[in-house]
Design a binder for this molecule. Structure first.
Ligand code: PHB
Length: 373
C-alpha cells in the first residue's frame, strides 16, 4: 500500500472510504424544469466523478419549495426528484463510490420570485443580507427584507429536514450532509448579525444553536447518526455573515455535534473566497481545522482552497482526516487519480459553472481521454 496520507482508508460513519479526496458540494444549476428534477445529465456528471471508495457530496439541494433560493437547483421533496436522484446514486455506486446529498434551506438568500405564492423569503429575523441576489429570471436585485419565522414554524422546518433525509435514503444516498454553512438558514440562526430573536432560538449561543441541533437530532432519528454529516463555515463572511462570539459559538456547536456521534464534520476554512479565482488565500484568517479538529471525534473534512500538496500535508499532519475539493473537481472528473499520480490538473472555466448543459459540466476529459484525443 502507498504511504500517501491521502490514499489511506478512512471510516466515515457507516461507510469506509479508500481515499481522502472528497468532492465538495457545488451549485451547478442544471436541474430539469419544471420541477427542479435531477436528470440523466446530472447522473452522468456525478458518475464521471465517482471513484472506488471515494466520497462525493452533491450540490446543495432544496428540502422544500420554501428552501429554494437560486434558479435551476434540484430538490429532494417530490417523487420525481427522488426518482431523479436514484439515477445519480446508481451511477456513483456502479463505480464503487459513495455519495451523500447536502440538505439545504437558504432562508433569506432567496427572492419572492422563487418562493411559493410569491411570498417573502423567511429568516430568523427581518434583517436583509446586504448586497444583491438574483430573481427567478436571473435579474440582479437588492435583497428583500425577509419575513421572520414564527416559532411554531420552526418545528415544521425541522420535520422537513428529517423528511428530506428519509427521501435521500429512498433515493439510495449513503447519507446526508446538513448545510449549516455559508449564510443559509441554519447559519443565519447561529450568527448574531442575522439572528435578532428574543425567544428560545435567539440571544445566547445555546439558543442560536438550537435550530441546527434540533435539525441534526431529527435527521439522526430519521436515518441514523452514522449516515449524517454537518457542514459549517466558522468565521465565514459569505452572504453577509458576521457575529460577536469569536470562537465560542463554534466551540459550542462542534462540541454538541461531537456528542451526537455523527459520521463527519465538514469545515470550510475562512481563508478562501470561493467566488473569486484571483483572490489569494487570506493568510491572516483563523485556521478552523487547527482550532476545532480536537473537539470532534468523528471524521473531520476540511475544505477551502486546497491544492494537492497542501491537502496531503494537512492530512499528513493530522490536522484533518480528509480534504474536500470544489473547483478542481469541476474540471477534473478523475481528480483523485490525478492527485494520486501527481498528474497535471485541468484549469476550470467559471463562465460555465452555473446553468447551461454539457459544456463545462460533463465534457472535461479524464487523463485517459486527454491522451486519446
Ligand atoms: C451558491 O449557489 O452560490 C452557493 C450555494 C451553497 C453554498 C455556497 C454557495 O454553500
Amino acid at each position: 500500500m502507498s504511504n500517501d496520507p491521502l490514499f489511506q482508508p478512512l471510516k466515515v460513519g457507516a461507510i469506509e472510504l479508500s481515499h481522502r479526496v472528497v468532492m465538495a458540494p457545488l451549485t451547478r444549476m442544471r436541474a430539469a424544469q419544471p420541477g427542479d428534477i435531477p436528470n440523466a445529465l446530472n447522473a452522468e456528471y456525478y458518475g464521471q466523478r465517482a471513484s472506488k471508495g471515494g466520497l462525493l457530496i452533491t450540490e446543495a439541494t432544496d428540502i422544500t419549495a420554501q428552501a429554494h433560493g437560486y434558479p435551476l437547483v434540484p430538490g429532494i421533496y417530490t417523487p420525481a426528484q427522488i426518482e431523479g436522484w436514484r439515477a445519480v446514486t446508481n451511477a456513483v455506486h456502479a463505480k464503487g463510490g459513495f455519495i451523500f446529498t447536502q440538505l439545504w434551506h437558504v432562508g433569506r438568500i432567496s427572492h419572492s420570485s422563487m418562493q411559493p405564492h410569491g411570498a417573502l423569503p423567511v429568516a430568523p429575523s427581518a434583517v436583509p443580507a446586504s448586497g444583491t441576489h438574483m430573481t427567478a429570471a436571473f435579474e440582479t436585485v437588492p435583497f428583500e427584507t425577509p419575513r421572520a419565522l414564527e416559532i411554531h414554524e420552526l418545528a415544521d422546518i425541522v420535520a422537513d429536514f428529517a423528511q428530506a433525509a428519509e427521501n435521500a435514503r429512498i433515493a439510495g444516498f449513503d447519507g446526508v450532509e446538513v448545510h449549516g454553512a455559508n449564510g443559509y438558514l441554519l447559519d443565519q440562526f447561529l450568527r448574531t448579525g442575522s439572528n435578532k430573536r428574543s425567544d428560545r432560538y435567539g440571544g445566547s449561543i445555546e439558543n442560536r444553536a438550537r435550530l441546527l441541533l434540533e435539525v441534526v437530532d431529527a435527521v439522526i432519528e430519521s436515518i441514523g447518526a452514522n449516515r449524517v454529516g454537518v457542514r459549517l463555515s466558522p468565521w465565514g463572511s459569505f452572504n453577509d455573515m458576521h457575529d460577536d462570539d469569536g470562537s465560542l459559538l463554534w466551540e459550542f456547536v462542534i462540541s454538541e455535534l461531537d456528542k451526537r456521534d455523527i459520521a463527519y464534520l465538514h469545515v470550510i476554512e475562512p481563508r478562501s473566497d470561493f467566488t473569486s479565482d484571483s483572490a489569494p488565500l487570506d493568510a491572516s484568517a483563523p485556521d478552523a481545522a487547527a482550532s476545532f479538529k480536537a473537539l470532534f471525534r468523528g471524521a473531520f473534512i476540511s475544505a477551502g482552497g486546497y491544492l494537492p500538496d497542501t491537502a496531503r500535508a494537512t492530512v499528513g499532519e493530522g490536522k484533518a482526516d480528509a480534504i474536500a475539493f470544489g473547483r478542481p473537481f469541476i474540471s477534473n472528473p478523475d481528480l483523485p487519480e490525478r492527485i494520486r499520480l501527481g498528474a497535471e490538473l485541468t484549469p476550470h472555466d467559471r463562465s460555465t459553472f452555473y446553468g447551461g448543459g454539457r459544456e463545462g459540466y460533463t465534457d472535461y476529459p479524464t487523463m485517459h481521454q486527454a491522451v486519446e484525443a
